[in-house]
Ligand binder design. Structure first.
Ligand SMILES: O=P(O)(O)O[C@@H]1[C@@H](OP(=O)(O)O)[C@H](OP(=O)(O)O)[C@H](O)[C@H](OP(=O)(O)O)[C@H]1OP(=O)(O)O
Ligand SMILES: Nc1ncnc2c1ncn2[C@@H]1O[C@H](COP(=O)(O)OP(=O)(O)O)[C@@H](O)[C@H]1O
Ligand SMILES: [Mg+2]
Ligand SMILES: [Mg+2]
Length: 303
């Protein structure tokens, strides 16, 4: 570990203004500086090789100029860790390839919901997907539209949705989702409220599709598991989460990611991964400041 008696580690970060606001918090900067880590903003429009020196680079920018800038830096500084490699991050930019990594792991009791890519909507073909389902934009590239989803209750509901999208079967899961945050060797599973279950009875009265922003209209209470139910919801088995984390780390070759897991209400031993995100909102995670600082020290000290 670095200490104040030696030179602090210099971490350069290149983030969108939104990410900077939610991640580079005063509490993180002050905790990091106390134990010998300085975080410095990179100007992504200027050559990285003219900035620094850095002991490690942290980034979440995807444009081609930035990727070129990173590559130029990496070829001149092969020993400076880049968190993470743009090639590895890219796997998470398609909602198909992101979940293929989960299927590859072949862990019993862990799966993904059935899904297909829709590039055009025709009347005739049988899709082989049950309703209700969710239409998710194929690209998960952090853009505003990449999170705009629709619940689809019948085939007719597929018309007029923005293409291309992934059509994924909706899995009733008791209105609770588990989010597993990974930062290097650290991981932490937390629970959050999710969409409410859709019963057969409810479904008969539902037509077409509904944007997520209106999903609260589905329940009088306005959301997933309420108060007490949420508190009572058991966490997934620790060893299962661990196996999933280790498997995904090896498959994805990423340090900073989280994934969303739901438990099938019909078979409580079965879990499904529905989403994997690069460099998620860590500040919502317990002990955010120390977890991230310890991770940065680990990365800088290993080079
Ligand atoms: O902004 P936040 O803190 O809500 O973080 C978002 C994440 O929320 P979470 O940590 O899972 O609660 C969010 O996770 P979800 O997709 O909502 O599961 C994404 O990682 C999002 O990044 P992007 O827009 O997909 O590039 C993340 O957005 P960025 O902060 O990276 O823009
Ligand atoms: N297959 C599914 N079955 C049930 N609920 C789902 C399913 N997929 C997504 N959801 C719900 O929709 C939310 C958003 O979907 P997600 O794939 O995580 O998109 P995003 O990348 O925008 O977070 C999830 O947090 C969960 O509440
Ligand atoms: Mg999600
Ligand atoms: Mg996501």
């Amino acid at each position: 570990m670095s200490s104040l008696s030696s030179k602090p580690y210099q971490v350069g970060y290149a983030l969108t203004p939104k990410k900077e606001k939610t991640f580079i918090l005063p509490s993180l900067l002050s905790h990091a500086s106390q134990i010998g880590v300085t975080l410095t903003k990179i100007d992504p429009s200027k050559p990285l090789i003219q900035q620094g020196p850095f002991d490690c680079i942290l980034h979440k920018l995807y444009d081609s100029d930035w990727k070129q800038n990173l590559q130029d830096f990496a070829s001149q500084n092969p020993n400076i860790p880049i968190i993470d490699s743009p090639g590895s991050i890219e796997i998470l930019h398609s909602r198909i390839s992101m979940l293929e990594t989960v299927s590859k792991l072949r862990i019993s009791n862990i799966g993904v919901p059935k899904q297909i890519t829709i590039t055009e909507v025709t009347n005739s073909e049988n899709l082989g997907i049950n309703f209700p389902s969710i239409a998710k934009p194929l690209d998960a590239d952090g853009s505003e539209t990449s999170h705009k989803m629709h619940l689809v209750f019948e085939k007719d509901g597929l018309k007029n949705l923005p293409l291309p999208f992934v059509l994924q079967e909706f899995v009733n899961h008791g209105g609770v989702i588990f989010k597993v945050y990974v930062a290097g060797k650290y991981s932490r599973c937390v629970k959050r409220k999710s969409l409410p279950d859709i019963s057969e009875e409810k479904l008969v009265n539902l037509q077409g599709s509904l944007p997520f922003s209106q999903v609260s209209n589905l329940t009088a209470a306005g959301g997933g598991a309420e108060g007490c139910e949420f508190e009572k919801t058991e966490m997934p088995p620790e060893n299962l989460v661990k196996e999933l984390v280790e498997g995904l780390k090896e498959e994805l070759r990423l340090n900073l990611f989280n994934f969303d897991v739901i438990r099938d209400i019909k078979n409580k031993d079965n879990y499904m991964v529905i989403d994997v995100n690069y460099f998620p909102g860590y500040s919502k995670m317990p002990d955010f400041e120390s977890v991230i600082t310890d991770f940065l020290i680990d990365v800088c000290s290993k080079r």
